[in-house]
Design a protein around this ligand. Structure first.
Ligand code: 4NP
Length: 156
């Protein structure tokens, strides 16, 4: 079973949303994958997802109330097959912990699934309003659809 890790800064907004949305997308596919999430910063370790993130996903029938924030650590390179960064700074922070090319090859920015090589960031919604969370949902949903399509072609 392939394992996928979603990574943002705090692991309370974007990456727990990505974990929930991608898990939901795979749940209809018949493909068995493990999805988790982590943050490059430790500020919120042990906390549940931001209530605005939980609310946005609840609108789409996805429950992320049980997720708890953890920090991204170098051991995750061995544990996961694919590591997706939400933004460019998350990507840089992840790569800084990598030791070799095979670890670096596991890492990409999530939105490169949709717009290959364009390095588009999922914007941090933490300091904004609900509209930011709606925007994050739409972006991640589009990437989740491509991810499941890719797996359907090559891993089933
Ligand atoms: P996330 O959002 O990286 O999408 O979880 C943030 C959450 C918390 C902070 C920044 C971004 N913070 O600075 O505490």
């Amino acid at each position: 079973m392939k394992k996928i890790l979603m990574v943002c800064l705090g692991n309370i907004c974007r990456s727990p949303m990505a974990e929930g949305i991608v898990r939901e997308e795979f749940s209809h596919s018949g493909i068995d994958v493990q999805i988790d999430s982590a943050g490059t910063a430790a500020y919120h370790v042990g906390e549940s997802a931001d209530h605005r993130a939980q609310f946005e996903l609840a609108k789409h029938g996805i429950d992320i109330s049980k997720e708890r924030a953890q920090k991204f650590v170098a051991a995750h390179f061995d544990e996961y097959d694919y590591i997706f960064a939400m933004d460019q700074s998350n990507y840089n922070d992840i790569l800084r912990l990598s030791k070799n090319e095979s670890q670096r090859a596991k890492v990409d920015m999530l939105m490169n699934l949709v717009a290959s090589g364009e390095n588009i960031s999922v914007p941090d919604p933490y300091y904004g309003g609900d509209e930011g969370f709606r925007h994050v949902y739409k972006m991640i949903k589009s990437a989740a659809e491509v991810l499941v399509e890719n797996f359907s072609g090559s891993h089933s």
